[in-house]
Design a protein around this ligand. Structure first.
Ligand code: CMC
Length: 434
Protein backbone atom coordinates (compact mmCIF):
# COMPACT_ATOMS: atom_id res chain seq x y z
CA UNK A 1 0.00 0.00 0.00
CA UNK A 2 1.25 3.51 -0.77
CA UNK A 3 2.08 6.21 1.75
CA UNK A 4 -0.94 8.18 0.51
CA UNK A 5 -3.27 5.84 2.40
CA UNK A 6 -3.92 6.50 6.08
CA UNK A 7 -3.91 3.45 8.37
CA UNK A 8 -6.85 3.31 10.78
CA UNK A 9 -8.11 0.75 13.32
CA UNK A 10 -7.95 -2.79 11.88
CA UNK A 11 -10.99 -4.96 11.16
CA UNK A 12 -11.38 -8.19 13.11
CA UNK A 13 -12.59 -11.19 11.17
CA UNK A 14 -13.71 -14.34 12.90
CA UNK A 15 -13.63 -17.55 10.87
CA UNK A 16 -14.43 -20.85 12.49
CA UNK A 17 -12.69 -20.57 15.88
CA UNK A 18 -10.00 -18.03 14.96
CA UNK A 19 -9.98 -14.24 14.83
CA UNK A 20 -7.78 -12.40 12.33
CA UNK A 21 -6.79 -8.77 12.25
CA UNK A 22 -7.03 -7.16 8.81
CA UNK A 23 -5.51 -3.73 8.08
CA UNK A 24 -7.95 -0.93 7.24
CA UNK A 25 -6.96 2.08 5.12
CA UNK A 26 -8.57 5.42 4.44
CA UNK A 27 -8.30 7.38 1.16
CA UNK A 28 -8.23 11.14 0.54
CA UNK A 29 -12.03 11.45 0.74
CA UNK A 30 -12.42 9.20 3.81
CA UNK A 31 -13.34 6.10 1.82
CA UNK A 32 -12.41 3.12 3.92
CA UNK A 33 -11.10 -0.20 2.67
CA UNK A 34 -10.25 -3.49 4.36
CA UNK A 35 -6.98 -4.83 3.00
CA UNK A 36 -7.55 -8.49 2.23
CA UNK A 37 -4.36 -9.04 0.22
CA UNK A 38 -3.09 -11.52 2.85
CA UNK A 39 -6.47 -13.17 3.49
CA UNK A 40 -5.86 -16.35 1.52
CA UNK A 41 -2.37 -16.83 2.90
CA UNK A 42 -3.54 -16.33 6.47
CA UNK A 43 -6.89 -18.13 6.37
CA UNK A 44 -7.22 -20.20 3.16
CA UNK A 45 -10.36 -18.20 2.30
CA UNK A 46 -10.93 -15.81 -0.60
CA UNK A 47 -13.65 -13.16 -0.97
CA UNK A 48 -16.50 -13.54 -3.47
CA UNK A 49 -17.67 -10.34 -5.15
CA UNK A 50 -19.40 -11.04 -8.45
CA UNK A 51 -18.88 -8.00 -10.73
CA UNK A 52 -16.38 -6.48 -8.26
CA UNK A 53 -18.99 -4.03 -6.90
CA UNK A 54 -17.28 -4.01 -3.49
CA UNK A 55 -13.71 -4.50 -4.58
CA UNK A 56 -11.10 -1.77 -4.81
CA UNK A 57 -8.75 -3.04 -7.52
CA UNK A 58 -6.14 -0.28 -7.18
CA UNK A 59 -5.25 3.05 -5.64
CA UNK A 60 -5.85 5.96 -7.98
CA UNK A 61 -5.40 9.73 -7.80
CA UNK A 62 -7.27 10.46 -11.04
CA UNK A 63 -11.02 10.55 -10.51
CA UNK A 64 -13.24 10.74 -7.46
CA UNK A 65 -16.87 9.60 -7.50
CA UNK A 66 -19.36 9.77 -4.66
CA UNK A 67 -22.27 7.86 -6.17
CA UNK A 68 -24.63 8.45 -3.24
CA UNK A 69 -24.30 12.23 -3.54
CA UNK A 70 -23.91 12.46 -7.33
CA UNK A 71 -20.33 13.85 -7.20
CA UNK A 72 -17.73 13.43 -9.94
CA UNK A 73 -14.32 15.15 -9.92
CA UNK A 74 -11.27 14.84 -12.18
CA UNK A 75 -8.02 15.42 -10.27
CA UNK A 76 -10.09 17.26 -7.62
CA UNK A 77 -12.01 19.55 -10.03
CA UNK A 78 -15.84 19.22 -10.10
CA UNK A 79 -17.11 17.93 -13.43
CA UNK A 80 -19.63 20.80 -13.65
CA UNK A 81 -16.81 23.41 -13.58
CA UNK A 82 -14.76 21.56 -16.16
CA UNK A 83 -17.75 21.05 -18.47
CA UNK A 84 -18.67 24.75 -18.33
CA UNK A 85 -15.25 26.38 -18.33
CA UNK A 86 -12.64 24.07 -19.76
CA UNK A 87 -12.18 22.32 -23.07
CA UNK A 88 -11.46 18.70 -23.89
CA UNK A 89 -7.77 19.06 -24.76
CA UNK A 90 -7.11 20.87 -21.46
CA UNK A 91 -9.05 18.21 -19.53
CA UNK A 92 -7.11 15.46 -21.34
CA UNK A 93 -3.86 17.09 -20.18
CA UNK A 94 -5.24 17.41 -16.64
CA UNK A 95 -6.16 13.72 -16.48
CA UNK A 96 -2.90 12.56 -18.02
CA UNK A 97 -0.45 14.75 -16.16
CA UNK A 98 -2.27 15.63 -12.92
CA UNK A 99 -2.65 19.43 -13.16
CA UNK A 100 -4.25 21.97 -15.46
CA UNK A 101 -1.63 23.03 -18.02
CA UNK A 102 -0.08 26.51 -18.17
CA UNK A 103 -0.02 28.37 -21.50
CA UNK A 104 3.21 26.77 -22.67
CA UNK A 105 2.21 23.23 -21.68
CA UNK A 106 -1.17 23.56 -23.39
CA UNK A 107 0.38 25.01 -26.53
CA UNK A 108 2.94 22.18 -26.74
CA UNK A 109 0.30 19.53 -26.10
CA UNK A 110 -2.04 20.99 -28.75
CA UNK A 111 0.85 21.26 -31.21
CA UNK A 112 1.73 17.60 -30.56
CA UNK A 113 -1.89 16.54 -31.12
CA UNK A 114 -1.98 18.44 -34.36
CA UNK A 115 1.31 17.02 -35.63
CA UNK A 116 0.39 13.42 -34.81
CA UNK A 117 -3.13 13.56 -36.23
CA UNK A 118 -2.22 11.95 -39.55
CA UNK A 119 -2.00 8.15 -39.56
CA UNK A 120 0.53 6.25 -41.65
CA UNK A 121 -0.55 6.32 -45.32
CA UNK A 122 -0.26 2.52 -45.62
CA UNK A 123 -2.97 2.13 -42.98
CA UNK A 124 -5.49 3.57 -45.44
CA UNK A 125 -5.55 0.21 -47.24
CA UNK A 126 -6.87 -1.46 -44.11
CA UNK A 127 -10.11 0.51 -44.29
CA UNK A 128 -10.79 -1.03 -47.73
CA UNK A 129 -10.65 -4.53 -46.25
CA UNK A 130 -13.67 -4.14 -43.96
CA UNK A 131 -17.02 -5.17 -45.42
CA UNK A 132 -19.59 -2.42 -46.06
CA UNK A 133 -21.71 -1.84 -42.99
CA UNK A 134 -19.03 -2.99 -40.51
CA UNK A 135 -19.65 -1.51 -37.08
CA UNK A 136 -17.24 1.41 -36.58
CA UNK A 137 -16.36 0.12 -33.08
CA UNK A 138 -15.02 -3.09 -34.66
CA UNK A 139 -12.98 -1.00 -37.10
CA UNK A 140 -11.74 1.27 -34.31
CA UNK A 141 -10.59 -1.61 -32.07
CA UNK A 142 -8.77 -3.24 -35.01
CA UNK A 143 -7.14 -0.07 -36.27
CA UNK A 144 -5.96 0.99 -32.82
CA UNK A 145 -4.35 -2.43 -32.30
CA UNK A 146 -2.76 -2.12 -35.77
CA UNK A 147 -1.08 1.16 -34.82
CA UNK A 148 1.41 -0.99 -32.86
CA UNK A 149 2.80 -2.32 -36.15
CA UNK A 150 3.30 1.14 -37.63
CA UNK A 151 4.44 2.92 -34.47
CA UNK A 152 6.18 0.17 -32.46
CA UNK A 153 6.63 0.67 -28.74
CA UNK A 154 10.37 0.95 -27.97
CA UNK A 155 11.89 -1.68 -25.66
CA UNK A 156 12.87 1.02 -23.22
CA UNK A 157 10.13 3.57 -22.92
CA UNK A 158 11.72 6.93 -22.03
CA UNK A 159 9.45 9.88 -21.06
CA UNK A 160 9.70 11.44 -24.53
CA UNK A 161 8.59 8.30 -26.39
CA UNK A 162 5.87 7.66 -23.83
CA UNK A 163 4.50 11.17 -24.28
CA UNK A 164 4.64 10.73 -28.06
CA UNK A 165 2.64 7.48 -27.92
CA UNK A 166 0.06 8.99 -25.58
CA UNK A 167 -0.28 12.07 -27.81
CA UNK A 168 -0.58 9.85 -30.92
CA UNK A 169 -3.41 7.86 -29.38
CA UNK A 170 -5.40 10.90 -28.19
CA UNK A 171 -5.06 12.43 -31.64
CA UNK A 172 -5.23 9.44 -33.97
CA UNK A 173 -8.35 7.90 -32.40
CA UNK A 174 -10.25 10.87 -33.85
CA UNK A 175 -8.70 10.48 -37.32
CA UNK A 176 -9.42 6.73 -37.39
CA UNK A 177 -13.00 7.38 -36.22
CA UNK A 178 -13.65 9.92 -38.98
CA UNK A 179 -11.96 7.73 -41.63
CA UNK A 180 -14.12 4.71 -40.70
CA UNK A 181 -17.22 6.85 -41.14
CA UNK A 182 -16.06 8.16 -44.51
CA UNK A 183 -15.34 4.60 -45.69
CA UNK A 184 -18.75 3.40 -44.48
CA UNK A 185 -20.50 5.98 -46.69
CA UNK A 186 -18.15 5.49 -49.63
CA UNK A 187 -16.66 9.00 -49.57
CA UNK A 188 -12.95 9.87 -49.90
CA UNK A 189 -11.01 10.28 -46.66
CA UNK A 190 -10.55 13.87 -45.51
CA UNK A 191 -7.20 14.60 -43.87
CA UNK A 192 -7.00 16.61 -40.64
CA UNK A 193 -6.31 20.31 -41.12
CA UNK A 194 -3.93 22.59 -39.22
CA UNK A 195 -6.68 25.24 -39.32
CA UNK A 196 -8.88 23.54 -36.73
CA UNK A 197 -8.78 22.63 -33.07
CA UNK A 198 -9.47 19.14 -31.75
CA UNK A 199 -13.28 18.83 -32.01
CA UNK A 200 -13.69 21.12 -35.03
CA UNK A 201 -11.04 19.06 -36.83
CA UNK A 202 -12.96 15.86 -36.11
CA UNK A 203 -16.21 17.34 -37.46
CA UNK A 204 -14.33 18.68 -40.49
CA UNK A 205 -12.92 15.19 -41.25
CA UNK A 206 -16.37 13.63 -40.76
CA UNK A 207 -18.50 16.02 -42.76
CA UNK A 208 -16.51 17.95 -45.35
CA UNK A 209 -15.71 16.52 -48.77
CA UNK A 210 -13.83 17.73 -51.87
CA UNK A 211 -17.17 18.95 -53.25
CA UNK A 212 -18.76 20.25 -50.05
CA UNK A 213 -17.59 22.69 -47.38
CA UNK A 214 -18.67 21.91 -43.86
CA UNK A 215 -20.08 24.90 -41.98
CA UNK A 216 -18.95 24.59 -38.37
CA UNK A 217 -21.59 25.55 -35.81
CA UNK A 218 -19.82 26.86 -32.70
CA UNK A 219 -22.63 25.65 -30.40
CA UNK A 220 -22.28 22.13 -31.78
CA UNK A 221 -18.48 22.25 -31.42
CA UNK A 222 -18.90 23.38 -27.80
CA UNK A 223 -21.56 20.70 -27.13
CA UNK A 224 -19.37 17.87 -28.48
CA UNK A 225 -16.33 19.21 -26.66
CA UNK A 226 -18.35 19.18 -23.44
CA UNK A 227 -19.64 15.70 -24.16
CA UNK A 228 -16.06 14.44 -24.56
CA UNK A 229 -15.13 16.09 -21.24
CA UNK A 230 -18.05 14.35 -19.50
CA UNK A 231 -16.91 10.99 -20.88
CA UNK A 232 -13.19 11.48 -20.31
CA UNK A 233 -12.86 9.35 -17.19
CA UNK A 234 -15.00 7.44 -14.74
CA UNK A 235 -12.57 5.59 -12.48
CA UNK A 236 -12.73 1.77 -12.52
CA UNK A 237 -15.58 1.24 -15.02
CA UNK A 238 -15.68 -1.86 -17.23
CA UNK A 239 -13.45 -0.54 -20.07
CA UNK A 240 -10.92 1.19 -17.80
CA UNK A 241 -10.66 -1.92 -15.66
CA UNK A 242 -10.10 -3.87 -18.89
CA UNK A 243 -7.29 -1.47 -19.77
CA UNK A 244 -5.71 -1.97 -16.34
CA UNK A 245 -6.25 -5.73 -16.55
CA UNK A 246 -4.64 -6.06 -20.01
CA UNK A 247 -1.97 -3.48 -19.14
CA UNK A 248 -0.97 -5.35 -15.99
CA UNK A 249 0.45 -8.12 -18.21
CA UNK A 250 2.72 -5.42 -19.74
CA UNK A 251 1.09 -5.90 -23.14
CA UNK A 252 1.83 -3.08 -25.57
CA UNK A 253 -0.24 0.05 -25.09
CA UNK A 254 -2.08 -0.15 -28.42
CA UNK A 255 -3.33 -3.67 -27.67
CA UNK A 256 -4.26 -2.53 -24.17
CA UNK A 257 -6.37 0.37 -25.47
CA UNK A 258 -7.95 -1.93 -28.02
CA UNK A 259 -9.09 -4.14 -25.11
CA UNK A 260 -10.70 -1.06 -23.53
CA UNK A 261 -12.52 -0.26 -26.78
CA UNK A 262 -13.85 -3.83 -26.98
CA UNK A 263 -15.25 -3.59 -23.44
CA UNK A 264 -16.77 -0.17 -24.10
CA UNK A 265 -18.70 -1.52 -27.09
CA UNK A 266 -21.19 -3.49 -24.96
CA UNK A 267 -24.73 -2.17 -24.57
CA UNK A 268 -24.51 -2.09 -20.79
CA UNK A 269 -21.51 0.22 -21.04
CA UNK A 270 -20.65 2.63 -23.89
CA UNK A 271 -23.04 0.97 -26.34
CA UNK A 272 -25.97 2.22 -24.26
CA UNK A 273 -26.05 5.64 -25.98
CA UNK A 274 -26.88 3.96 -29.29
CA UNK A 275 -29.51 1.77 -27.61
CA UNK A 276 -31.17 4.83 -26.00
CA UNK A 277 -31.85 6.36 -29.41
CA UNK A 278 -33.19 3.04 -30.76
CA UNK A 279 -35.51 2.88 -27.75
CA UNK A 280 -36.73 6.48 -28.19
CA UNK A 281 -37.29 5.85 -31.91
CA UNK A 282 -39.32 2.74 -31.12
CA UNK A 283 -41.49 4.65 -28.63
CA UNK A 284 -41.91 7.47 -31.16
CA UNK A 285 -42.96 4.98 -33.87
CA UNK A 286 -45.48 3.32 -31.54
CA UNK A 287 -46.88 6.71 -30.53
CA UNK A 288 -47.21 6.00 -26.79
CA UNK A 289 -45.70 7.76 -23.77
CA UNK A 290 -43.19 4.98 -23.17
CA UNK A 291 -45.38 3.29 -20.53
CA UNK A 292 -45.37 0.03 -22.45
CA UNK A 293 -41.58 0.04 -22.79
CA UNK A 294 -41.27 0.75 -19.08
CA UNK A 295 -43.54 -2.21 -18.29
CA UNK A 296 -41.33 -4.49 -20.38
CA UNK A 297 -38.19 -3.14 -18.69
CA UNK A 298 -39.72 -3.96 -15.29
CA UNK A 299 -40.76 -7.44 -16.34
CA UNK A 300 -38.26 -9.95 -14.93
CA UNK A 301 -39.09 -12.51 -17.62
CA UNK A 302 -37.81 -10.05 -20.27
CA UNK A 303 -34.17 -9.08 -20.82
CA UNK A 304 -35.23 -5.54 -21.80
CA UNK A 305 -33.93 -2.65 -19.72
CA UNK A 306 -34.76 1.01 -19.79
CA UNK A 307 -31.65 2.12 -21.64
CA UNK A 308 -29.86 5.15 -20.23
CA UNK A 309 -31.16 4.39 -16.75
CA UNK A 310 -29.27 3.03 -13.77
CA UNK A 311 -25.62 2.99 -12.88
CA UNK A 312 -23.36 0.69 -10.93
CA UNK A 313 -22.02 3.60 -8.86
CA UNK A 314 -24.55 6.45 -8.99
CA UNK A 315 -27.44 5.72 -6.72
CA UNK A 316 -28.57 9.29 -7.23
CA UNK A 317 -28.77 11.47 -10.36
CA UNK A 318 -25.68 11.05 -12.59
CA UNK A 319 -24.07 14.55 -12.44
CA UNK A 320 -23.06 14.19 -16.11
CA UNK A 321 -26.72 13.69 -17.07
CA UNK A 322 -27.65 16.94 -15.24
CA UNK A 323 -25.12 18.92 -17.30
CA UNK A 324 -26.21 17.26 -20.54
CA UNK A 325 -29.92 17.72 -19.99
CA UNK A 326 -29.32 21.47 -19.59
CA UNK A 327 -27.23 21.50 -22.76
CA UNK A 328 -29.82 19.51 -24.70
CA UNK A 329 -32.29 22.28 -23.89
CA UNK A 330 -29.93 24.91 -25.31
CA UNK A 331 -29.07 23.00 -28.49
CA UNK A 332 -32.52 21.68 -29.26
CA UNK A 333 -34.10 25.10 -28.79
CA UNK A 334 -31.89 26.55 -31.52
CA UNK A 335 -33.77 27.27 -34.77
CA UNK A 336 -33.77 24.17 -36.97
CA UNK A 337 -32.66 21.79 -34.18
CA UNK A 338 -35.99 20.59 -32.79
CA UNK A 339 -36.05 16.82 -32.09
CA UNK A 340 -39.28 15.00 -31.10
CA UNK A 341 -37.12 12.35 -29.38
CA UNK A 342 -36.05 14.95 -26.81
CA UNK A 343 -39.70 15.46 -25.73
CA UNK A 344 -40.12 11.68 -25.51
CA UNK A 345 -36.95 11.42 -23.42
CA UNK A 346 -38.22 14.08 -20.99
CA UNK A 347 -41.63 12.38 -20.75
CA UNK A 348 -40.06 8.96 -20.24
CA UNK A 349 -37.85 10.34 -17.50
CA UNK A 350 -40.91 11.78 -15.70
CA UNK A 351 -42.81 8.49 -15.97
CA UNK A 352 -39.86 6.39 -14.79
CA UNK A 353 -38.98 8.71 -11.91
CA UNK A 354 -42.49 8.47 -10.50
CA UNK A 355 -42.56 4.67 -10.76
CA UNK A 356 -41.88 2.70 -7.59
CA UNK A 357 -39.78 0.11 -9.48
CA UNK A 358 -37.20 2.76 -10.46
CA UNK A 359 -37.46 4.77 -7.22
CA UNK A 360 -36.90 1.77 -4.96
CA UNK A 361 -33.88 0.60 -7.00
CA UNK A 362 -32.46 4.14 -7.21
CA UNK A 363 -32.42 4.02 -11.00
CA UNK A 364 -31.89 7.51 -12.45
CA UNK A 365 -30.97 8.70 -15.95
CA UNK A 366 -27.26 8.29 -16.69
CA UNK A 367 -24.97 10.19 -19.06
CA UNK A 368 -26.12 8.18 -22.06
CA UNK A 369 -29.75 9.10 -21.66
CA UNK A 370 -29.10 12.57 -23.13
CA UNK A 371 -25.79 12.23 -24.96
CA UNK A 372 -27.35 10.61 -28.06
CA UNK A 373 -29.69 13.55 -28.54
CA UNK A 374 -26.76 15.97 -28.70
CA UNK A 375 -24.92 13.68 -31.11
CA UNK A 376 -28.04 13.44 -33.30
CA UNK A 377 -28.28 17.23 -33.37
CA UNK A 378 -24.65 17.31 -34.56
CA UNK A 379 -25.55 14.93 -37.42
CA UNK A 380 -23.47 12.05 -36.01
CA UNK A 381 -24.96 8.73 -37.20
CA UNK A 382 -26.19 6.42 -34.43
CA UNK A 383 -23.60 3.70 -35.04
CA UNK A 384 -20.84 6.28 -34.38
CA UNK A 385 -22.14 7.24 -30.91
CA UNK A 386 -20.01 4.71 -29.02
CA UNK A 387 -17.00 5.75 -31.11
CA UNK A 388 -17.49 9.29 -29.80
CA UNK A 389 -17.54 7.84 -26.28
CA UNK A 390 -14.24 6.10 -27.07
CA UNK A 391 -12.66 9.36 -28.29
CA UNK A 392 -13.74 10.99 -25.03
CA UNK A 393 -12.56 8.11 -22.84
CA UNK A 394 -9.10 7.85 -24.46
CA UNK A 395 -7.36 10.29 -22.02
CA UNK A 396 -8.95 8.41 -19.10
CA UNK A 397 -7.72 5.01 -20.30
CA UNK A 398 -4.25 6.39 -20.93
CA UNK A 399 -4.12 8.14 -17.54
CA UNK A 400 -4.94 4.87 -15.77
CA UNK A 401 -2.38 2.99 -17.84
CA UNK A 402 0.27 5.64 -17.01
CA UNK A 403 -0.65 5.59 -13.33
CA UNK A 404 -0.29 1.82 -13.29
CA UNK A 405 3.00 1.53 -15.17
CA UNK A 406 4.56 4.31 -13.07
CA UNK A 407 3.47 2.82 -9.75
CA UNK A 408 6.03 1.27 -7.40
CA UNK A 409 4.85 -2.21 -8.17
CA UNK A 410 2.88 -3.54 -11.15
CA UNK A 411 0.97 -6.60 -10.04
CA UNK A 412 -0.56 -8.72 -12.78
CA UNK A 413 -4.35 -8.75 -12.35
CA UNK A 414 -5.36 -12.26 -11.60
CA UNK A 415 -8.58 -12.73 -9.62
CA UNK A 416 -9.56 -16.06 -8.09
CA UNK A 417 -12.83 -17.96 -8.48
CA UNK A 418 -15.00 -20.44 -6.65
CA UNK A 419 -15.02 -23.61 -8.72
CA UNK A 420 -18.50 -25.16 -9.09
CA UNK A 421 -17.79 -27.70 -11.85
CA UNK A 422 -17.40 -31.49 -11.88
CA UNK A 423 -15.35 -33.16 -9.13
CA UNK A 424 -12.33 -35.24 -10.16
CA UNK A 425 -13.14 -37.78 -12.90
CA UNK A 426 -10.90 -39.86 -15.16
CA UNK A 427 -10.43 -39.94 -18.89
CA UNK A 428 -12.36 -42.63 -20.78
CA UNK A 429 -11.49 -43.77 -24.32
CA UNK A 430 -14.20 -42.65 -26.79
CA UNK A 431 -15.57 -46.19 -27.34
CA UNK A 432 -16.38 -46.46 -23.63
CA UNK A 433 -18.53 -43.26 -23.57
CA UNK A 434 -22.33 -43.40 -23.93
N1 CMC B 1 -34.02 -0.92 -16.50
C1 CMC B 1 -34.76 -1.78 -15.72
N2 CMC B 1 -34.27 -2.35 -14.61
C2 CMC B 1 -33.02 -2.07 -14.26
C3 CMC B 1 -32.19 -1.21 -15.02
C4 CMC B 1 -32.75 -0.62 -16.17
N3 CMC B 1 -32.04 0.21 -16.94
N4 CMC B 1 -30.97 -1.11 -14.45
C5 CMC B 1 -31.00 -1.90 -13.37
N5 CMC B 1 -32.24 -2.47 -13.25
C6 CMC B 1 -32.72 -3.34 -12.16
C7 CMC B 1 -32.15 -4.75 -12.28
O1 CMC B 1 -32.98 -5.57 -13.06
C8 CMC B 1 -32.08 -5.15 -10.84
O2 CMC B 1 -33.39 -5.45 -10.40
P1 CMC B 1 -33.62 -6.58 -9.24
O3 CMC B 1 -32.94 -6.01 -8.03
O4 CMC B 1 -35.09 -6.70 -9.12
O5 CMC B 1 -32.97 -7.83 -9.75
C9 CMC B 1 -31.68 -3.85 -10.11
O6 CMC B 1 -32.19 -2.80 -10.95
C10 CMC B 1 -30.18 -3.68 -9.95
O7 CMC B 1 -29.59 -3.88 -11.23
P2 CMC B 1 -28.11 -4.37 -11.48
O8 CMC B 1 -27.99 -4.91 -12.88
O9 CMC B 1 -27.69 -5.25 -10.35
O10 CMC B 1 -27.33 -3.02 -11.38
P3 CMC B 1 -25.87 -2.84 -11.81
O11 CMC B 1 -25.32 -1.77 -10.94
O12 CMC B 1 -25.13 -4.12 -11.87
O13 CMC B 1 -26.03 -2.35 -13.34
C11 CMC B 1 -26.16 -1.04 -15.27
C12 CMC B 1 -25.77 -1.09 -13.79
C13 CMC B 1 -25.71 0.31 -15.84
C14 CMC B 1 -25.44 -2.14 -16.06
C15 CMC B 1 -27.69 -1.22 -15.40
O14 CMC B 1 -28.36 -0.22 -14.65
C16 CMC B 1 -28.17 -1.19 -16.86
O15 CMC B 1 -28.13 -2.21 -17.53
N6 CMC B 1 -28.64 0.01 -17.36
C17 CMC B 1 -29.05 0.13 -18.73
C18 CMC B 1 -27.83 0.26 -19.63
C19 CMC B 1 -27.18 1.62 -19.52
O16 CMC B 1 -27.83 2.66 -19.57
N7 CMC B 1 -25.83 1.62 -19.42
C20 CMC B 1 -25.04 2.84 -19.39
C21 CMC B 1 -24.32 3.03 -18.10
S1 CMC B 1 -23.68 4.71 -17.95
C22 CMC B 1 -22.44 4.78 -19.10
C23 CMC B 1 -21.23 4.08 -18.64
O17 CMC B 1 -20.57 4.58 -17.69
O18 CMC B 1 -20.90 3.04 -19.23
Amino acid sequence: MSKKLKTIAPAMLTLEDKTYSLPVFEGAENEKAIDISCLRNKTGYITLDDGYGNTGSCESAITYIDGENGILRYRGYPIEELAEQSRFVEVAYLLLYGNLPNHEQLENFSKGLNESSIIHEDMHHFFNGFPRGSHPMGILATMIASLSTFYPVPDIMDPVSEMQIVTNLVSQVRTIAAFSYKKSIGEPLVYPSIKYKYVANFLYMMFSSPVKDYQLDEDIVKAIDMLLILHADHEQNCSTSSVRMAGSSLANIYAVISAGIAALWGQRHGGANQEVIKMLQQIHAEGGDGGEFINQAKDKSSTKRLMGFGHRVYKNYDPRATVLKKYCDIILNKPGFNDPLFDIAKRLEEVALSDDYFISRKLYPNVDFYSGLILRAAGIPTNMFTVLFAIGRMPGWLSHWREMIHSDQITIHRPRQIYVGEPLRHYQPIEMRD
